[in-house]
Design a binder for this molecule. Structure first.
Ligand code: UD1
Ligand code: CA
Length: 416
């Protein structure tokens, strides 16, 4: 199979977001728009990915990490100019290039694979994603030839009345052969109105040389372009629905999808029940047969073992919870490692922050933490140990396995 690379355009500021963050770094379901596209491009088979950045490039670099190469576009002279910046980074590469816009972040890897498939069938030419829109204002309109291939793309500002009436628009995902793409980009001149080098003009040039197929998006929701905070909220809703549907299909019971928020990078085992008003943030992993919520919040890559109960008004952050452990009411569990079959009583708090640093709390298997216990970290409660209701276990005063402590500060009870 010939190779695939991807170029993701993320240099724009996104003025209409009215935000100091670069547009590419706004989040949808816990993951940045750029992060979603990096993942989709990788899943679609891109071996090399180049991100074009400009506005606040340092922040974009930090977000990308080692997931892709980042190339600077010093002056924002248009999407065609942006893609040209990737030429050097792809100079050793021969194969197909997927070009994506970071403000179209909902496109799935399945759709990208379809697009790459159309390109491969259409050897020597190209493929681009299109969608039919009832109100296509603002998008580039597709011109087609009698055989149904793309003839060119007309931007809104250049479109005459007849072209404006066209309903099939450019989504902003393309696949072309590397050499042909960069050769065509070199031929593009500045758009006389906007003074920018349009990628869409290069598509017109390529279409004059070989067949460029328009692949209609099967799910038009994937084609949403993000320009405003309102669009971002719409995208959040669309992606959240997909995430909830995915977990339902995999055997997770979600009592009230309307009030449940599950980020994209979450794992949940089958037969787990998620009760209303629960928030599960990026990186959390929940086992099977758990009950989570109502009103629970899990975050910071927390791991919850099989058969746990995380009940109402419980927050768990950066913590591991062993199987069959119950934390049923009103608790804050931060930076903790909790064993299996532990019972954490109502109102238990891990006091993890001393004003400067965060510290860990460790609770061994089978321990029983009485209601209203405060565990001042760093502290360890041994296996099978118990704390009395209202105990304050102070910093470093570890509770030995099997012992019972009570009081403020908590002391070991000799006889129980
Ligand atoms: C673009 C398409 C249009 C399509 C629409 C879909 C062009 C000329 N037009 O229009 O046909 O229907 O997307 O949403 O491409 N960017 C850079 N550097 C630049 C300019 C842009 O990196 O100098 C990036 C932006 O960050 C953005 C993407 O390219 O991610 C698209 O640019 P944008 O200005 O949003 O193009 P549209 O007007 O939306
Ligand atoms: Ca746009």
């Amino acid at each position: 199979m010939p190779k695939l690379a991807a170029v993701i355009l993320a240099a724009g500021r996104g003025t209409r977001m009215r935000s100091e963050s670069p547009k590419a770094l706004h989040r949808i379901c816990g993951e940045t728009m750029l992060g979603h596209l990096l993942k989709a491009a990788r899943e679609a088979g891109a071996e090399k990915i180049v991100v074009i950045a400009g506005y606040k490039i340092g922040l974009v670099r930090r977000e990308v990490g080692n997931r892709a190469a980042v190339v600077e576009q010093r002056r924002l002279l248009g999407s065609g100019h942006a893609v040209r910046q990737a030429e050097r980074a792809l100079s050793g590469f021969q194969g197909a290039v997927l070009v994506l816009y970071c403000d179209t972040p909902l496109v799935s890897s399945a759709t990208l694979k379809k697009l790459v498939g159309a390109y491969r069938r259409n050897a020597g030419g190209g493929a681009m994603l299109s969608v039919r829109m009832e109100s296509p204002t603002g998008y580039g309109r597709l011109l087609k030839n009698s055989a149904g291939f793309v003839r060119g793309i007309v931007e809104e500002t250049d479109a005459g009345a007849a072209e404006k009436a066209l309903r099939e628009v450019n989504v902003g995902c393309y696949v072309f052969g590397q050499a042909a793409l960069f050769a065509a980009l070199r031929q593009v001149s500045r758009n006389p109105l906007k003074k920018e080098y349009y990628l869409t003009d290069a598509v017109g040039i390529l279409a004059g040389q070989a067949n460029v197929a328009a692949v209609r998006a099967e799910d038009s929701r994937e084609t949403l372009g993000i320009n405003t905070q309102k669009d971002l909220a719409t995208a959040e809703g669309l992606m959240q629905q997909k995430i909830l549907d995915k977990w339902s299909e995999r055997g997770v019971r979600i009592r009230d999808p309307k009030s449940t928020t599950i980020d994209a990078g979450v794992e949940i085992g089958h037969d787990t029940v998620i009760l209303p008003n629960t928030v599960i943030e990026d990186g959390c992993v929940i086992g099977k047969n758990c009950v989570i919520g109502p009103f629970a919040r899990l975050r910071g890559n927390s791991k919850i073992g099989d058969g746990c109960v995380i009940g109402n008004f419980v927050e768990v952050v950066r913590s591991m919870v062993g199987e069959k452990t119950q934390i049923k009411h009103l608790s804050y569990i931060g930076d903790a490692t909790i064993g299996a079959s532990v019972n954490v009583g109502a109102g238990t708090i891990t006091a993890n922050f001393d004003g400067k640093k965060k510290h860990r709390t460790v609770i061994g298997d089978g321990a029983q933490i009485g209601s209203g216990t405060v565990l001042v970290a760093p502290v360890t409660v041994g296996k099978g140990a118990k704390t009395g209701a209202g105990a304050v276990v102070t910093k470093g005063k570890n509770v030995p396995p099997g012992k019972v402590v009570a009081g403020v500060p908590a002391k070991i009870l000799k006889r129980v």
